[in-house]
Ligand binder design. Sequence first.
Ligand code: ATP
Ligand code: MG
Length: 261
Amino acid sequence: MMARILAIANQKGGVGKTTTSVNLAASLAGAGKRVLLIDLDPQGNATMGSGIDKRNLENSVYQVLLGLTTAQAVRQKSESGGYDLVPANRELAGAEVEMVGLDNRETRLKSALVSVAAEYDFILLDCPPALNLLTLNGLVAAEAVMIPMQCEYYALEGLSDLVETIRKVRKHLNPQLEIEGLLRTMYDPRNSLAQQVSAQLQQHFGDKLYETIIPRNVRLAEAPSYGAPAVSLDNACKGSQAYVALAVELLSRSVSVAAAV
Ligand code: ATP
Ligand code: MG
């Protein structure tokens, strides 16, 4: 069995991509799955949030994308998360520019993952908040996209650009690419606008919307300062429980898809 490769993407900043990446990775690991998380963001938040210091990396995903080393050589174990991580730091910002002149600039990550895919059940790609070459590499390498979003007024507007990009990638670079699902994050059930947007999403996207909703929860926001996913620090808090439920939902969907084929 090869790994399921999921890109966690939304070009809108601060919607919970990284929080979802690290907590879903830890939840899947907790369910006994072998997980590799790739930090594709020069901010290096998934790296720090996994307990790996981005400031003293010998190598990172940057060298992997440039073909200077392999994912196997660069990956590190996140002790706090129970998964493996290919880290990133600000050096990755240069990859944008340097990759433009290289061959196969959109398929570099995909090629780099071929040799590690058999070692994992899931490979999660934490994408940066932009529809740039790094995100494009994520969308080309992935079989599906998970889209975290906040239920606010402008959320739907940004979504159409992302859906259009996914459509283009499918047409030209990765015909298999699917939307795995839309994830409502930082949800506050007392906010009536959030309720309305959530209902609209339900109408537009139907069963592409995960049933699991991630609530606004301070433990999720605090966890990165301890270099650990909230799921590992405090699995009883509402936020952790939601991510564990998301992993269960993802796994049960995978099973029903497999049974349907
Ligand atoms: P960027 O686009 O910059 O990469 P992102 O989409 O990865 O951001 P996160 O970094 O996961 O978003 O989250 C943005 C901020 O909101 C962070 O400070 C994070 O700790 C906080 N946050 C994320 N999810 C929740 C939540 N469910 N409840 C409370 N705070 C949250
Ligand atoms: Mg992020």
